[in-house]
Design a binder for this molecule. Structure first.
Ligand SMILES: [Zn+2]
Length: 154
């Protein structure tokens, strides 16, 4: 299949359907006694390039494997989450069982997210991105780069 590059502007915010599902995710997790925070959602291609430079041309350790325009965050289709403890501290702890039901809070959040239609970065072969949740609407990064866009609203 061949794609013609369209003059489609890059999104500037989180897709409204993704935003709605993010809100439902936060609420359903809270109902289970799990407080989550969204640490990242929309990220411009320029911001992505700055992140990509980390650990490569800039100091620090590598935080991403994709450059600007190659991440679903750049199209407003991804969010990253973390758990918030009662003391307010944000943790990336996949084993934590804060609601004491014998299950990992992290995996409970992932299960809710999947039921809402999110794909989880922890399921990826190769590099695993555990905080990452995305909705691709059936569009590949290549299609998005070529100007295809998901519906903006329901
Ligand atoms: Zn992410």
């Amino acid at each position: 299949m061949e794609y013609k590059k369209r003059n489609t502007p890059m999104p500037t915010m989180l897709n409204p359907i993704v935003a709605e599902n993010r809100d439902v995710l936060i609420q359903r997790a809270a109902e289970k006694g799990i407080k989550i925070v969204i640490t990242d959602d929309f990220r411009s291609a320029e911001e992505q390039d700055r992140l990509y430079a980390k650990g490569r041309t800039e100091e620090g350790s590598i935080v991403t494997h994709v450059e600007g325009g190659e991440s679903y965050h750049n199209y407003g289709l991804a969010v990253d989450f973390a758990l918030q403890q009662n003391d307010g501290n944000v943790v990336w702890d996949l084993k934590r069982d804060g609601n004491k039901n014998g299950e990992s809070d992290w995996m409970e959040v992932v299960a809710i997210a999947k039921s809402l239609g999110f794909e989880w970065g922890g399921d990826w072969a190769g590099f695993k991105d555990y905080p990452h949740l995305e909705m691709d609407f059936g569009l590949s990064i290549r299609e998005l780069q070529y100007g295809e866009r998901p519906p903006a609203s329901k």
